[in-house]
Design a binder for this molecule. Sequence first.
Ligand code: ZN
Length: 231
Amino acid sequence: MLSRVKSITVAKLNLIADIHANLPALEAVLDELPRAKTIHLGDVVGYNPYPREVIELLREKRIASVLGNHDHAVVTGDTSWFNPVAARAIEWTREQLGDEELAYLASLPLEIKNEVYAVHGSPRRKLEEYVYPDYPEEVLSAFLKLASRAVLAMGHTHIPFSRKLRGTLIVNPGSVGQPRDGDARASFACIDLATLEVEIVRVEYDISRVAKDILRAGLPAILAQRLYEGY
Ligand code: ZN
């Protein structure tokens, strides 16, 4: 009992993002996460074939999540922002989910402000803006003002990065369920809140199982192919 108390007093925080209904990837990441509070930066669903299982697991593990643009589209049915492949996956996902699961997605907040500021896109366009690693410093500084926290955490691009700016940390943990930086392994970040040091960790998972289930579900084959290539 004592050792457990000791281990949870360490000021660490895990960030995960863009699970996109990829259960094997989420399970592999959960196995590797250090014992610490974990926040998910949106896009619980979309693209991959296990939306119900992923929602259930997040709720069971009490992992807080913000709303992502795919989650929002599944709730509203509005796919006008999406390319045909993403839109097809959103329609498929809507058919899989019951009222309670849709209510869970609808309940997700646009931002979480506690030890850190967490959002899917950016602090000014919370669902839509893609903040890439080379974003200009002036814009990032403006985001930090809006966030008013020492850590600004964003998802949405599926590309991990971290940048220190005048004593603050800007971080994207990459994607659990559909990495796009050329590395097919699932991605997460672990932050030391005292020092603002961040570690981006990559985890292997069974891509072939997901690819098979994507095809079995009748989802577009490109969604299986891209998992192998990490884009
Ligand atoms: Zn996403």
